[in-house]
Design a protein around this ligand. Structure first.
Ligand code: NDP
Length: 328
């Protein structure tokens, strides 16, 4: 049998972790019937809970699961990792200033970047889910100088999937009929879900939608605020859908995006579309041969330009703030 790949998951005892681990262990993350070894990282207070989840993973008798180990030390947890899912993060609590939030997360993502630099496998692929995801990814990447920068990504796939679902519902088509949707910018309320290149059975989605007021007044805010809507209705934050999007992101990164379509991921900018180089910002991307590439040559009209620029400006402010904290 093939050698198993090693997947490290941080925040493994959290809500997203609980929804994520069983899908990884069942083979849905890596695809291709590949075997997987899990390395779980938690803070000391949550190690026992992660060990409990490891017991449940045993009890599933997943044929592709080659073992589960639990750690509270990042150096050990990232040893030999081929894929790292950075889910654990410090949430914003009441009265917390943005600077405090960034500083607290710097204390998590800096040592994790260093540990990835020191011990991950040469083909390491990193997905940051924990918020503020783009800037957390930037901090980790900055502390892994020996790892190619393009191995660090942040998740906007949940926003992408939410946007597809909303558009499909509006146009009364199936989600499979909607292609080439894009999330630009930061995984935050400033993100810009762009339908102007999207197609439904090859027809421009924007034509089928017709009026722009639905876009500006309903679609864009609904997608950007969907997390809050879930909390309001469910009484808890979205965990299974976030986990599902993380599975999609890594699965497509490894196995490629389908012909004739693209997806959205926050990746290190090369300056495309006027996004300053080095920022980790969401773009339309295809995945080929284990690499994401930005889809080039799309027209960006004034409506889109303003919204992309606003989200990118927020990313620049976050970068400036973490530079000020000495985290970059
Ligand atoms: P969740 O598992 O619900 O969320 C984890 C992170 O994912 C949060 O930062 C959250 O951001 C983010 N996130 C991204 N997208 C979404 C989304 N759509 N919906 C909800 N969350 C999203 O948090 P828990 O508190 O249940 O679990 C966190 C775990 O991480 C805890 O077990 C804690 O011990 C652990 N932890 C581990 C660390 C480590 O391994 N070194 C470090 C820090 C924490 P937001 O809250 O802003 O929505």
């Amino acid at each position: 049998a093939q050698t198993p790949l090693t997947v490290t998951v941080t925040g493994a005892a959290g809500q997203i972790g609980y929804a994520l681990l069983f899908r990884i262990a069942s083979g849905q993350l890596l695809g291709g019937g590949r075997r997987v070894k899990l390395r779980l990282l938690e803070i000391p207070a949550a190690v026992r809970a992660a060990e409990g989840t490891a017991l449940e993973l045993d009890d599933c008798a997943f044929p592709l699961l080659a073992g589960v180990d639990v750690f509270d030390d990042p150096k050990q947890a990232f040893e030999g990792a081929n894929v790292a899912l950075l889910v654990g993060a410090r949430p914003r609590t009441k009265g917390m200033e943005r600077g405090d939030l960034l500083a607290a997360n710097g204390g998590i993502f800096k040592p994790q970047g260093e540990a990835i630099n020191a011990g991950a496998a040469p083909d390491i692929k990193v997905l940051v889910v924990g918020n503020p995801a783009n800037t957390n990814a930037l901090i980790a990447q900055a502390h892994a100088p020996d790892v190619p920068a393009d191995r660090f990504t942040a998740m906007t796939r949940l926003d992408h999937n939410r946007a597809i679902a909303q558009l499909a519902r509006k146009l009364q088509v199936t989600v499979g009929q909607v292609k080439k949707l894009t999330i630009w910018g930061n995984h935050s309320a400033t993100q810009y879900p762009d339908v102007f290149h999207a197609e439904v059975d090859g027809r421009p989605a924007a034509e089928l939608i017709g009026d722009r007021s639905w876009l500006a007044d309903e679609f864009i805010p609904r997608v950007a605020k969907r997390g809050a809507e879930i909390i309001e209705v469910r009484g808890a934050s979205s965990a299974a859908s976030a986990a599902s999007a993380a599975i999609d992101h890594v699965h497509d990164w490894i196995n490629g995006t389908p012909e004739g379509d693209w997806t959205s991921a926050a990746i290190v900018s090369d300056g495309s579309y006027g996004v300053p180089a080095g920022l980790i910002s969401s773009f339309p991307v295809v995945a080929r041969d284990g690499r994401f590439e930005i889809v080039q040559g799309l027209d960006v009209d004034e409506f889109s330009r303003q919204r992309i620029d606003a989200s990118v400006a927020e990313l620049q402010e976050e970068r400036t703030a973490v530079q000020g904290l000495g985290l970059l």
